[in-house]
Write a new protein. Structure first.
Ligand code: MN
Length: 423
């Protein structure tokens, strides 16, 4: 697991003053990666790192000689740390790189982004135990959690082709659904369109087919973390999910943030992984000292909604919830990698592992409308007087996240925003 080094020093300041502003998502201690180009241009995508309100073009700065993010992500952990150290040194106050690197900056407001890497495969897990319990209660009040939940990290293989980057809109999906009191299903636009607040774990170097990744080495195979909104059509889902799990209710769109916050940047924000004493302890292949001591990530997660009326009135988005990943997730990212590969399945650089919906324990910490509205029965009220049970056309849903800890500079994830278009 990544140790603290000089790149995490809270006293570090950048020659770029916007990076030194309190509350900035992208101080010099963060340095997340993206793929970007000049807004509205047809230029090829380039690898960048966020600093303050700018993107640093890493090839133009002479730090890398590739535009292939997956290749960069597959390099050894020691090389990734060296790259971070090089970028950090060049952006520091007093750096001799200022004159050259200043020419390699583009304001984030003048950039457009694509997916931060090529995502070959996408697996969505279900690690949010409060989410699993709350949703389970809606369907099975006596036994909300299935008997396997505390033993095996539950997941399903998702669809990579429909993952889009923040800022894009998608059409409300259409499909089969069946009302509980109807005798036959109908074919219609989804009326119960929802979001899911998740983290996305991006795989660094993969493993060979047939060669499981031991949990002690799992984090070497983890490049970093992004925000993930697993849009969900609950009415389609309820009719189609048995017996093989989600399908068309999930694969019409998934939105991720443009930035991958690296595991190195997250080093100051690790937390213990503990199981309540009455719960089953993880099986040996899902357990190690490092995972117990620092396996968790302490990330504050927020959901915001901007309705068309708010947009027209020039009002700020309304916050729907706030939760913390370390209190929401029943399994760590290292456990997900160890479990995913334990049968010999090969992960590849750029693969995306979704955490599952990271709801907190209390009702106002819920990471989906399904939970906030108790299955669509209790609409929520917004500050401007509007109400929502599920998402309406024109709604923009925004995920944000940040980390803070004593002795560390706050770092942020930017945002994952998506807008619902009429179907
Ligand atoms: Mn999900």
């Amino acid at each position: 697991m990544t140790a603290l080094d000089t790149t995490h020093d809270p006293k570090l300041r950048s020659w770029l003053t916007s990076a030194n502003t309190a509350g900035c998502d992208f101080p010099i201690q963060n340095l997340p990666f993206c793929r970007f180009r000049r807004l509205g241009s047809r230029e090829s995508w380039r690898i960048g790192t966020a600093i303050g309100d700018q993107v640093l073009d890493l090839r133009a700065a002479g730090v890398i000689d590739t535009d292939d993010m997956n290749a960069l992500m597959s390099t050894a952990p020691v090389e990734r740390r060296a790259l971070r150290a090089r970028i950090s040194a060049g952006l520091r106050e007093g750096s001799a790189d200022l004159a050259a690197w200043d020419q390699a900056l583009l304001p984030q407001a003048q950039a457009e982004y694509t997916l931060p890497c090529r995502i070959g495969d996408y697996t969505d897990f279900y690690t949010g135990i409060h989410h699993a319990t709350a949703v389970g209660k809606l369907f099975r009040p006596d036994q909300p959690l299935m008997p396997n939940y505390k033993w095996v990290p539950i997941g399903y293989h998702g669809r990579a082709s429909s993952i889009v980057v923040s800022g894009q809109a998608f059409k409300r999906p259409r499909g089969q659904t069946k009302a509980p009191d109807a005798s036959t299903p109908s074919f219609e636009l989804s009326r119960r369109l929802d979001y899911e607040l998740e983290l996305g774990f991006i795989v660094a170097a993969g493993n060979a087919l047939g060669a499981p990744v031991p949990i002690q080495q799992a984090e070497d195979h983890l490049f970093g973390v992004c925000l993930l909104n697993d849009w969900s059509a609950r009415d389609l889902q309820a009719w189609e999910y048995q017996p093989l799990g989600p399908f068309l209710a999930k694969n019409f769109a998934s939105t991720i943030s443009p930035w991958i916050v690296t595991m190195e940047a997250l080093a100051p924000f690790r937390a213990k992984f503990e199981r309540p004493p009455d719960d089953p302890q993880p099986m040996p292949y899902l357990d190690c000292v490092g995972n117990r001591e620092r396996g968790n990530l302490d990330i504050v997660l927020e959901v915001w909604l901007e309705t068309p009326r708010m947009r027209e009135a020039g009002e700020a988005p309304a916050q729907l919830s706030r939760s913390r990943s370390a209190q929401a997730a029943y399994w760590t990212a290292a456990q997900l990698i160890a479990h995913h590969t334990v049968n010999g399945c090969n992960l590849q650089a750029g693969d995306l592992l979704g955490s599952g919906t990271l709801s907190g324990a209390s009702a106002d910490q819920a990471g989906s409308l399904l939970e906030l509205t108790q299955g669509g029965k209790q609409p929520i009220s917004l500050p401007n007087g509007e109400r929502r049970t599920f998402l309406e056309d024109g709604d923009a849903l925004i995920l944000r996240a940040y980390c803070q800890a004593p002795g560390a500079v706050r770092i942020g994830f930017g945002e994952a925003r998506g807008t619902v278009l009429p179907g």
